[in-house]
Each structure stands twice: as structure tokens, then as C-alpha cells.
Design a protein around this ligand. Structure first.
Ligand SMILES: NC(=O)C1=CN([C@@H]2O[C@H](COP(=O)(O)OP(=O)(O)OC[C@H]3O[C@@H](n4cnc5c(N)ncnc54)[C@H](O)[C@@H]3O)[C@@H](O)[C@H]2O)C=CC1
Ligand SMILES: CC(=O)N[C@@H]1[C@@H](OP(=O)(O)OP(=O)(O)OC[C@H]2O[C@@H](n3ccc(=O)[nH]c3=O)[C@H](O)[C@@H]2O)O[C@H](C(=O)O)[C@@H](O)[C@@H]1O
Length: 434
């Protein structure tokens, strides 16, 4: 009878459980901190030396409220250490994999995940639990279990246990949601499910729903695909609002008072590491073409172009020659309150206009490499385009800003200017009423 080396916090010999977190990015680092705060000995592993060095000096390389002091504390108390050396993971009771799973074209690139599994294979002991938190196409966890079996000669459900525990956290609220979100957890074997549920129960206060690995993968992708399709519907409503002369934000606000209606909001596009990718992960092994999911992606991917059309219409109305226009883009991040620019529609928008105007300036208080101040980015500009709903852009004094500008054109790509400022040519996504 194998003694399961696995229980919560301490093993049978009363030795503190060791958790290895592989991939210390937006998900892995907060997850490593959470396990350390829950009392485990945590070793974080990343291939980027600069990331590891920063973490070991108690400095976070990502923007997330509360992360600095939390990280500093667990590093100082030696409950979390980061490394680039796989060997340091040896002896871990559980491996939590949080590496990126990007698309190449519209196909999943799982090389980072496969490399992570190969690292685990080098150091895994019998009885250990392997959790894939990364978002993956249905069937991937089973495939990774087979890969680990082939690399080690072990068998899943006997010598090691593998489960999928997808993340549902919202950047900006990660530490709260890691604890209070309900979660789905699915094992390749039933024993894996049981062990993974026990591990997460040591710090998750939300409901934990147990299922099998492939169902858990599907659930995660369905959640984000639902959101992407819903946003595409809102974007289509916005395009209709321009034809009917309606303020779509007012219309959606009131439509959502219906007890069973939850229309999302239109904008310059859908960015981030997940929504632009997850619908394609869901379809990646699909045998049949799925029209609705792909069409929703196309609608969302077309929104930066629509905002560019609004800009050029406004320049024409203002008598500004495109080639002489100075345009200031406010926001590069994919959404408000974060520094993450992955798949940001703001970047797509900048690419669409930069060869047609004289100069494109960018200002984003969260993202480096942009103008150092709002004023500096706006002085003598002809048009301002809001591309990210950062809280800092919600209370701007447009009268003052207008005084710095050469022409007063404002394009709202994120529906954050409810009353068009006096003296401006104003256009916004979904603002068919102006
Ligand atoms: N960022 C988010 O808010 C959420 C992300 N997810 C999913 O979580 C996964 C991770 O996403 P992020 O944390 O945003 O990615 P990220 O790119 O911020 O972090 C991934 C980290 O893994 C490291 N890495 C890559 N290959 C490695 C290897 N073989 N060994 C060790 N380290 C390796 C990279 O250097 C990087 O630091 C993705 O599958 C994503 O879809 C799910 C929910 C929320
Ligand atoms: C179902 C769901 O809410 N998934 C969340 C989502 O978070 P994510 O960081 O991608 O942010 P998001 O709020 O969905 O926004 C994605 C993009 O969509 C845009 N967006 C969002 C909501 C909306 O009504 N209209 C809109 O245009 C945002 O501006 C952004 O560019 O994806 C995360 C993920 O999987 O990474 C997931 O953990 C989060 O819970």
C-alpha cells in the first residue's frame, strides 16, 4: 500500500508540505504568494532570471493591488523562494503549473506547458500531485498526463496525480478572487480530483465543484467564450445604435434592469491574455466549423477599425488634414487599472492610424514608454482618443484639456465620457445620439 505522501499542509511525518509553482506571471506569482500565506513552503520556478531575481528581492514585476507588501512578507519570512533551477523543485508534494498558453495564428501553442511537464518529469517523486492552472484546450490535461507517464514510467492515478484547476480571477482583484471565487477542479483520475480539492480547500473559501479534467477544461473556456460572444453582441448593438441615433450605454443600462438580461458593454475591442484566445482554444480540436463563436471573435476584432473610422470622420468635420493631424491616444493597456498590454485593442488602433496621420502620441499611467504626463501628450494635439477605461481618465477636466489642444476632437472608445464636453467634436462607440 503506497503511503500517499500527500495531505494538507503537513505530510504524514509532520513535514511542512512543499509546493512548486511553475510560471511566475500574472497568475503564478499571486498563486505562489497565496500558497505561502496558507502556510506551505513554496518554491517558485520561472525561466526568466530577471523575474526570479526581482521576486527574491521582494519586488513584484506585475501590477496588482497589494502584491508588493504580500510578496515582501512571504519572501522575508522565507516561505516563498524563486529559482531558475529545476533541481530545486525536487521533493515537492504538489506542482502548480501557471505558464502561458498563447495562440500561434489561431492555433494553441502548448510548448510552454510541455516544457513545464518535462521539468516536472525531472524531479517528481512518487505520490506527488500535478495541477495545471493554465487555460488549455479540452483534452490537454489527459495528454499531459500521458506525456508525464512516458517521461517517468509512472502511472497517473497510481504513482502521481494530475488535475486541471483553471483560474477565474480578474486582474485587479486577484487576491480577493483567489480566495472567494468558486472553483472547478477536474482530475484525470478520481484520486487526483480528491487530492486537488483537498489542496485548494486549504485556502479557497468559495465553493469547489469537482468534475473530470476535460469537463473542467471545457467549463473554463465556455465562461470566457460566453463573455466574448456577449461583448460581440454589445458591439453589434453599438453599430446599430449609430444607425438609429441611440446612446447604446443608456439603452444597455435600462435593458439590464430586466431580471434575466445581462448585456455587456461595447468598446474599441476585446484584449487581454484570455478572451481573444480562449474561444479559439475551445474550437481548436473541434471537427465542425462553429459560426457563432468565430463570428463573435471577428466582430470584436473589427472594433479598433470602427473607432478609426470615427476619428477620421471627426478630423474631416473639424477641417483637419489627416496628414497634418496630431492624435493623442489615452491608454495602451487592454483594460482599466492594469499595465497588461497583451492583445490590447489600443495597440491595434495605433497601428491602424499611425501611417495616415502626422504623429500619434500615447499616454498610459500604468504602461511605461508612453508620454510622461497627460499634458505633455495633449499639448497642441488635434484629437484625443480614449482607448482604455483607466479610472484616471474618468474624471478629466475637458475644458482645461481643450485649452491645450490645437483642435478639440474627442473620440471615446470606452464609453467613459457620458456628457460630450462643450466646444468639442465628440464621437464615441455606441453614441449614435451625438
Ligand atoms: N492573467 C490572468 O488574469 C489569467 C490567466 N489565466 C491563464 O493562466 C495562464 C498563465 O497566464 P499569465 O499568468 O497571464 O501568463 P504570464 O505570461 O504572465 O506568465 C507565464 C510565466 O510562465 C513562465 N514560463 C513559461 N514557460 C515556462 C517553463 N517551461 N518553466 C517555467 N516558467 C515558464 C514565463 O516566463 C512567465 O513568467 C494562461 O494559460 C492564461 O490563459 C487564467 C485566468 C486569468
Ligand atoms: C468570464 C470572465 O469574466 N473572465 C474574466 C476574464 O478577465 P479579463 O482580464 O480577460 O478581463 P475582461 O473584463 O473580460 O476584459 C477582456 C477585454 O474585454 C473588454 N470588455 C470587457 C467587458 C465588456 O463589457 N466589454 C468589453 O469590451 C475589456 O476592455 C478587455 O479588453 O478572463 C480571465 C482569464 O481567463 O484570464 C478570467 O479569469 C476572468 O474571470
Amino acid at each position: 500500500m503506497r503511503i500517499l505522501k500527500f495531505c494538507v499542509l503537513f505530510d504524514k511525518l509532520g513535514v511542512r508540505m512543499k509546493i512548486a509553482v511553475i510560471g511566475l506571471g500574472y497568475i503564478g506569482l499571486p498563486t505562489a504568494i497565496m500558497f505561502a500565506e496558507a502556510g506551505y513552503e513554496v518554491i517558485g520556478f520561472d525561466v526568466k532570471k530577471d523575474v526570479v531575481d526581482r521576486i527574491n528581492s521582494g519586488k513584484a514585476h506585475i501590477v496588482e493591488p497589494g502584491i508588493e507588501e504580500k510578496l515582501n512578507k512571504v519572501v522575508k519570512e522565507e516561505r516563498l523562494k524563486a529559482t531558475t533551477k529545476v533541481e530545486k523543485l525536487r521533493g515537492a508534494n504538489a506542482f502548480i503549473i501557471c505558464v502561458q498558453t498563447p495562440l500561434e495564428g489561431n492555433k494553441p501553442n502548448l510548448i510552454y506547458l510541455e516544457n513545464a511537464i518535462r521539468s516536472v518529469a525531472e524531479v517528481i517523486d512518487r505520490g506527488a500531485l500535478v495541477i495545471i492552472e493554465s487555460t488549455v484546450p479540452p483534452g490537454t490535461t489527459i495528454k499531459m498526463a500521458k506525456l508525464l507517464e512516458s517521461l517517468t514510467g509512472f502511472r497517473e492515478g497510481v504513482d502521481f496525480y494530475m488535475a486541471h484547476a483553471p483560474e477565474r480571477v480578474m486582474p485587479g482583484r486577484i487576491f480577493y478572487e483567489l480566495v472567494y471565487n468558486s472553483r472547478v477542479i477536474g482530475g484525470v483520475s478520481e484520486k487526483a480530483t480528491e487530492l486537488a480539492v483537498k489542496l485548494y480547500k486549504s485556502f479557497v473559501k468559495g465553493e469547489i465543484y469537482a468534475t473530470d479534467a476535460t469537463t473542467a477544461e471545457m467549463i473554463k473556456l465556455m465562461e470566457n467564450t460566453y463573455r466574448d460572444v456577449n461583448i460581440a453582441l454589445a458591439n453589434e448593438f453599438a453599430l446599430l445604435a449609430h444607425q438609429y441615433g441611440v446612446n447604446i450605454f443608456e439603452a444597455i443600462r435600462i435593458a439590464n434592469t430586466h431580471p434575466r438580461v445581462n448585456i455587456h458593454f461595447p468598446g474599441i475591442g476585446v484584449g487581454g491574455h484570455c478572451l481573444p484566445k480562449d474561444p479559439y482554444l475551445l474550437l481548436s480540436n473541434a471537427k465542425k466549423e462553429f459560426g457563432l463563436i468565430r463570428l463573435a471573435r471577428k466582430i470584436n476584432e473589427s472594433m479598433p477599425k470602427f473607432v478609426a473610422t470615427l476619428l477620421f470622420e471627426a478630423l474631416e468635420e473639424g477641417g483637419v488634414e489627416e496628414r497634418e493631424a496630431v492624435v493623442t491616444v489615452l491608454g495602451l493597456a487592454y483594460k482599466g487599472g492594469t499595465d497588461d498590454i497583451r492583445n490590447s485593442p489600443a495597440l491595434t488602433f495605433v497601428k491602424l492610424i499611425r501611417d495616415r496621420v502626422l504623429e500619434v502620441r500615447t499616454y498610459d499611467p500604468y504602461v511605461g514608454g508612453t508620454h510622461k504626463s497627460l499634458e505633455d501628450a495633449i499639448v497642441e494635439a488635434d484629437a484625443v482618443v480614449i482607448a482604455t477605461d483607466h479610472p484616471e481618465f474618468k474624471e478629466l477636466n475637458w475644458e482645461e484639456i481643450g485649452r491645450l489642444m490645437r483642435h478639440k476632437i474627442l473620440i471615446d472608445g470606452r464609453g467613459i465620457v457620458s456628457n460630450p464636453p462643450k466646444g468639442f467634436i465628440f464621437k464615441g462607440v455606441g453614441r449614435g445620439d451625438v
